[in-house]
Design a protein around this ligand. Structure first.
Ligand code: HEC
Ligand code: HEC
Length: 384
């Protein structure tokens, strides 16, 4: 462990010099709230799925070291560090924006083995993305592709909102195809659903990316071995990738209280539900029967929306532009302490007021609500 160089200073300075809206030290402020535990599997799973949930849960919490193949550069040493209790943060991912010695959008890793440190120039701009909550991701994966397409077509005639489908080449899917993807025979691309800019079609792909990009751990799905890697050969097996992916896909949507039917009605009336579609139908043949052929209560159309310049993070991601984001699923909001992609909003009210671009007209209607109508809306959201 002597070879380990803790370069956390780099992280601190990146925070100080980040975009003006980014929180100064979001990490310090974060912890999971709520007295109901979040780490629960979907109800009614059979023994095999239960077993996979438990195995994946342990891997999700596993802390890696250089001897396991961590690095030579990394951001955090476990999944849990950025998705604590499956909620948002505290760990986050930073990318360089036009900094000397870094490609535009290149990851800035705060930790490195000796000899592999890279210092971000003083004052360099970075983008910040916080690890989003992972509850209910199986429901998102199970949503029917044709329903996502239909949502985009319906919005084509909408006067304000014009979400679009994120299309991802089939070649980006993991080599070991699993039955979770919804792709018609002969399709040339899949629908991106995962990632803040919907860059991946499946959870397995995302997990393989997370191991490689956030932790420097290679797997058969992402075999690139960086110079300086301390463990010869790939670091993680495909089985491990799949087990963690299964844990994520089997996380249940936290129980919801039916807190305010009035607030729910306002949510629809002022236009929130256009993007935050309360439910989307799932495939009948999705491999987890408990969530197959149901309505997924995810409060997202899973489309990309232009959210305006103030929410741009300066980084395009596959087909999504810097200003475009996937409609954030409103799941387990009461377990979060910070909202939006970089955690810049401390309250739901702030998060809503930050909506611009396609959401500008909705935000204006929200702003025009009297406190007597705004309160039930917030009560409804807090219970999701
Ligand atoms: C350094 C922090 C960090 C670590 C470590 C990390 N993540 Fe993430 N995770 C993020 C961020 C940030 C995003 C959003 C990334 C984006 O879209 O650019 C994300 C997104 C995800 C998503 C997509 C969620 C969605 O709503 O689309 C999944 C699934 C996920 N992570 C799982 C994992 C797993 C499993 C691990 C461990 C192998 C892991 N993450 C490790 C920060 C992290
Ligand atoms: C044009 C589509 C659109 C409309 C309309 C819209 N949203 Fe959003 N919403 C988004 C997107 C996209 C994000 C993610 C933005 C980001 O992270 O920067 C988001 C994020 C959020 C978040 C933060 C969730 C989280 O996990 O941090 C909340 C809360 C929210 N919206 C509530 C609302 C409410 C309430 C309304 C109505 C007043 C509304 N939204 C209207 C697209 C929309």
């Amino acid at each position: 462990m002597e070879r380990l160089l803790i370069a956390s200073l780099l992280m601190a300075s990146a925070c100080d010099d980040g975009p003006a809206e980014a929180p100064a030290d979001p990490i310090a402020a974060l912890e999971v709230v709520g007295d109901d535990p979040s780490d629960h599997p979907i109800a009614g799973l059979d023994d095999e799925w239960q077993r996979r949930f438990v195995v994946g849960d342990a891997l999700f919490e596993q802390v890696f070291g250089p001897e396991d193949g961590l690095g030579p550069r990394w951001t955090r040493t476990s999944c849990e560090a950025c998705h604590e209790n499956d909620a948002r943060g505290p760990g986050m991912v930073r990318r360089a924006l036009g900094a000397e010695g870094f490609e535009p959008g290149e990851l800035v890793h705060p930790f490195a083995l000796e000899g592999y440190e890279r210092t971000l120039p003083e004052g360099a701009q970075t983008s910040a993305r916080m690890g989003p909550a992972l509850f209910g991701r199986g429901w998102i994966e199970a949503v029917r592709a044709d329903a996502i397409e239909a949502g985009a077509r319906a919005q084509a005639d909408h006067p304000e909102v014009s979400g679009r489908v994120a299309r991802v080449p089939l070649a980006m899917a993991t080599p070991a195809q699993r039955p979770f993807h919804d792709h018609a025979a002969g399709a040339e691309n899949l629908i991106g659903r995962f990632g803040l800019k919907a860059r991946h079609p499946t959870i397995d792909d995302f997990v393989a990316d997370a191991y490689l990009l956030d932790m420097g751990l290679s797997s058969p799905a992402r075999p690139t071995e960086a110079d300086g890697d301390q463990r010869p050969g790939t670091d993680i097996t495909l089985d491990q990738v799949h087990a963690v992916a299964d844990y994520v896909r089997l996380l249940r949507i936290p129980e919801r209280a039916d807190a305010s039917p009035e607030g729910q009605a306002i949510f629809a009336t002022i236009g929130c539900a256009t993007c935050h579609t309360p439910s989307m139908p799932t495939r009948a043949d999705y491999p987890v029967p408990q969530i197959a052929g149901k309505d997924a209560p995810i409060y997202s159309d899973l489309l990309l929306h232009d959210m305006g310049e103030s929410l741009s993070d300066g980084v395009s991601d596959h087909t999504a532009t810097a200003r475009e984001w996937r409609t954030a699923p409103l799941i387990g909001l009461r377990h979060l302490r910070a909202y939006l992609h970089d955690g810049r909003a401390d309250t739901l009210d702030e998060a809503i007021r930050a909506h611009a671009g396609e959401a500008a007209a909705t935000t204006a209607r929200y702003d025009a609500l009297t406190p007597a109508t705004r309160t039930p809306l917030l009560t409804f959201l807090e219970a999701l």
